[in-house]
Design a protein around this ligand. Structure first.
Ligand code: SF4
Ligand code: SF4
Length: 363
């Protein structure tokens, strides 16, 4: 029995560029970053947004790298708005000024998601590898508030900053954010290189949940807090992306169309390029997008597990990274034969005292 035909994707993550002034050691971009010369042109992106709207995509998230590194960002936002997409800008704030924010407002930008590398300049500039970044970000946050963009603050939490979660929540309130994403670091991309520097302890993960739950009650109606837990300290995996190729579609800077930002690590799959094939055809008919839809591809213990309709067997990229087989049960799951080894390694990484390895662009 083959998988039923999926619905169209609801959201598109448009990774306009891998360029970024910051060098975060947990960046989800791949280790082989794309150079500017390989990025899609303005017209190619505009065509992709038109196709996305036509096939039923509702939201486009302008991401990167730092999307403000593209001088044509405003033109692309205006086009996405014109074709009826809800537009969200995911930014570190570096590369934006008041003039550009005003222009984005005039283009119809709907929402801004600002990343936070730390709660003060000492921590933020160290983690982001960019001196002066924190002060600049605070200034950008002020302009965002003046213009009145709805704001989400995104804080990646890890061993070195989990103990300052209360201050992170306070900054979100000070900025007037409507939503805070407390996202425990996910070990893909550059974060996988930094496991020993970033893996939170089991105690930190437990405390974070308590802090989030307390803050959610205290700030009900004021601030919505989304929480991505530390899955290396969990017994069951998250329903990664709501199931492979089911709700979201990612476009990498070179046009590669992916079901999630880490899918390129599954080398057995061939991902088509958005400027070479219609998006609709890639979404519905490509082998890569159909590889893990439905349940037929599953192995035991997932295949006969009653939770498979809830978590879809977890993350395919994590299965690839740890089990060496993208169709294996996510090793986060307590039923995986690799779970005990994953926990042992996570405990060892959380106790280690390692330096940060910063993200670097190729020269
Ligand atoms: S995680 Fe850091 S380095 Fe990566 S794109 Fe975001 S701000 Fe830039
Ligand atoms: S065995 Fe598979 S489907 Fe069952 S809980 Fe574990 S990951 Fe989920």
């Amino acid at each position: 029995m083959s998988a039923p035909r999926p619905n169209p994707p609801m959201a598109m993550l448009a990774e306009l560029t891998h360029r970024c002034p910051l060098a975060c050691p947990y960046c989800s971009n791949p280790l082989e970053l794309e150079r500017k010369e390989r990025e899609l042109t303005t017209d190619e992106w505009k065509d992709i947004f038109s196709q996305a709207a036509e096939m039923g995509v509702l939201h486009v998230h302008f991401s990167g790298g730092e999307p403000a590194s593209r001088r044509d960002l405003e033109e692309m936002v205006a086009h996405a708005r014109d074709v009826g997409l809800y537009t969200n800008l995911i930014t570190s704030g570096i590369g934006l000024n008041k003039r550009r924010l005003d222009a984005l407002n005039e283009c119809g930008l709907d929402h801004v998601q600002l990343s936070l590398q730390g709660v003060d300049s000492e921590m933020a500039d160290w983690v982001g590898g960019y001196k002066g970044g924190f002060d600049r970000k605070m200034q950008v946050a002020e302009w965002i508030g003046e213009i009145g963009f709805p704001l989400t603050l995104n804080a990646v939490m890890h061993k070195k900053n989990f103990d300052r979660l209360d201050e992170t929540i306070a900054i979100a309130l000070d900025m007037g954010a409507r939503r805070l994403e407390v996202a425990t670091v996910q070990f893909h991309g550059w974060a996988a290189k930094n496991r020993a520097a970033l893996m939170p302890t089991r105690e930190q993960a437990k405390q974070a949940r308590l802090t989030v739950n307390e803050a959610r009650k205290r700030l009900e109606g004021v601030l919505v807090i989304d929480y991505v837990p530390a899955d290396h300290h969990s017994d069951y995996p998250k329903p990664c992306m709501g199931g492979w190729a089911s709700t979201g579609i990612n476009i990498a800077p070179d046009g590669a169309v992916l079901p999630c930002h880490a899918a390129h690590t599954i080398k057995s799959l061939k991902f088509d390029k958005a400027h070479e094939k219609p998006l609709k055809e890639i979404w519905y008919d490509s082998d890569a997008f159909n590889a893990f839809r439905g349940f037929e591809w599953m192995q035991e213990p997932c295949r006969s597990c009653e939770l498979k309709t809830k978590d879809f067997g977890g993350c395919r990229c994590q299965a690839m990274a740890i089990a060496g087989d993208a169709a294996a049960t996510d090793p986060v799951c307590i039923k995986s034969p690799l779970h005990d080894e994953l926990v042992r390694q996570a405990e060892a990484d959380s106790e280690a005292d390692a330096d940060l390895v910063y993200r670097v662009m190729p020269t």
